[in-house]
Write a protein that binds this ligand. Structure first.
Ligand code: PAN
Ligand code: ZN
Length: 192
């Protein structure tokens, strides 16, 4: 891999980057067990394995000192009353942080530490979110029409631990309530 400086562009507001080494697409089936309303999930999945989010990644070596970058698009949609979201993860190397820069759409970042601290931060265009080391993170799109689009950058050696979230879920959920968006305790959260 070349070690020369390089540039790429993200068309404003929130388009596909001009450099893409890998395009990841995650569908409903990849989020099995994560949505609160499992009946609504099974019904929707039986109709269509819809695209929930996409990630455009720039390749760099996955080693300390490097930075991994990309752009994610979380599509609008819901399963029951719960908005479309990413799988979410801890970094395998827990002591690694991440920066998100929001380009388009509205949503939230749902975060928690292994010790049980939680934080749910609103996301909107122009906002930068710093995810400190140790905080698991999941992005949620609450826009009705637009994708939630953000640029991210994190250490090359971070790695992704999806298993902990797949097994236990997040402590907080983002739902559409009668009076608008609600952030609630996850009744199906299985304490770890
Ligand atoms: C992001 C996420 C991306 C997709 O690049 O990986 O938005 O979310 P999931 O990885 O949870 O499916 C990031 O946080 N990287 O570390
Ligand atoms: Zn991450």
């Amino acid at each position: 891999m070349s070690n020369l400086p390089f540039t790429f562009d993200i068309p404003i507001p929130g388009g596909v980057p001009t450099r893409v080494d890998k395009h990841v697409q995650r569908r409903l089936s990849a989020l099995k067990g994560q949505f609160l309303d499992q009946t609504a999930y099974e019904k929707k999945l039986a109709e269509e394995d819809s695209l929930v989010y996409e990630v455009y990644e720039i390749h760099r070596p996955e080693i300390e000192g490097e930075l991994l970058m990309g752009v994610s698009f979380i599509h609008p949609g819901k399963v029951g009353q719960e908005f479309y979201m990413t799988k979410g993860h801890f970094h395998t190397v827990l002591e690694t942080a991440e920066v998100y820069y929001i380009l388009q759409g509205e949503g939230f970042m749902v975060m928690e530490t292994p010790e049980g601290e939680t934080s749910v931060e609103p996301l909107s265009p122009g906002r930068i979110l710093f995810v400190p080391p140790r905080w698991a993170h999941r992005s949620v799109c609450t826009s009705r029409q637009k994708d939630l689009v953000f640029f991210f950058v994190y250490p090359g050696n971070a790695g992704h631990d999806y298993g902990t979230i797949e097994q236990f879920g997040f402590r907080k959920l983002v739902l559409e309530g009668e009076g608008g968006i609600e952030i609630v305790d996850n009744p199906r959260y299985q304490g770890r």
